[in-house]
Design a protein around this ligand. Structure first.
Ligand SMILES: NC(=O)c1ccc[n+]([C@@H]2O[C@H](COP(=O)([O-])OP(=O)(O)OC[C@H]3O[C@@H](n4cnc5c(N)ncnc54)[C@H](O)[C@@H]3O)[C@@H](O)[C@H]2O)c1
Length: 235
């Protein structure tokens, strides 16, 4: 189904662990070449053709240096993320700025740099990571704001970049088993799982599968959409 991904050039931010690492593994299993961008070294090296680039997505100069080293890009996945949770009155300005910087400004800077290459090639697929939290989540003023912002940017870029045959879509996962969710206190995580009709968290592989679908020609007429993948959480 994803044969067209063979030898495609994929750029993934935040690829050293969690969802980004699972995506890198899935893409290489289809014969794609993956540039893994992160501020930390990868927890493990996926089989297949990958290359690690140290890249802080909040740093425009750093992004431009990496973009200069990567000639072709067919697919960009804006996946890098952090949590700095606190309720409204406890959240510091720094916590707010940090989260907005990584998720929204990071996706903006990365897309500016790499969509320029797609524009020249008149082809590309950009996949942005949003979240169920975009609809509001206790203790996540900063994260909800960032993930709702991601949806706004996704739709804006879909409108602006369609003329260059670039597709832009977002994935909005629910609760997925990664290092990020492992940081949520056990009792809170349990009560969240109780609200999921499937009564389980999602796996990184399930998100990676959707990412490859949105990257491949199998989804060639899907544009500007937010695909929710949350085990029925919204029901
Ligand atoms: N895990 C979930 O349940 C879940 C749910 C919804 C959305 N998401 C989103 O999916 C994405 C991946 O989440 P995850 O669970 O794999 O998180 P994670 O914490 O396991 O991995 C995030 C990766 O991003 C990297 N990163 C952080 N700041 C960076 C920066 N400035 N520049 C480059 N890389 C940076 C980290 O080093 C890490 O490798 C995030 O955008 C997250 O918000 C996750």
């Amino acid at each position: 189904m994803f044969d067209d991904l063979k030898n495609k050039h994929i750029v993934i931010t935040g690829a050293s662990q969690g969802l980004g690492l699972a995506m890198a593994q899935k893409f290489t299993s289809h014969g794609a070449l993956v540039a893994m961008l992160d501020i930390h070294e990868p927890k493990q090296k996926p089989e297949g053709k990958t290359m690690f680039f140290h890249c802080d997505v909040t740093n425009k100069k750093n992004i431009e240096e990496v973009a200069a080293k990567i000639q072709n890009v067919d697919v960009l996945v804006n996946n890098a993320g952090i949590l700095r949770d606190a309720s409204l009155f406890k959240m510091t300005e720094e916590q707010f700025d940090q989260v907005l910087n990584v998720h929204t400004k990071g996706a903006f800077l990365m897309t500016q740099a790499f969509a320029a290459k797609m524009k020249e090639a008149k082809s590309g697929s950009i996949i942005n990571l949003s979240s169920v939290a975009s609809q509001g989540n206790f203790g996540q003023t900063n994260y909800a704001c960032a993930k709702a912002g991601i949806i706004g940017m996704t739709k804006t870029w879909a409108l602006e970049l369609s003329r260059y045959n670039i597709r832009v879509n977002a994935i909005a996962p629910g609760l997925i088993e990664t290092e990020m969710t492992a940081s949520i206190p056990e009792d809170i995580r349990k009560s969240m799982v109780e609200k999921i009709p499937f009564k389980r968290m999602g796996t990184p592989a399930e998100i990676a599968h959707l990412t490859t679908f949105l990257a491949s020609q199998a989804s060639s007429y899907i544009q500007g959409q937010v695909i929710h993948i949350n085990g029925g959480y919204y029901l």
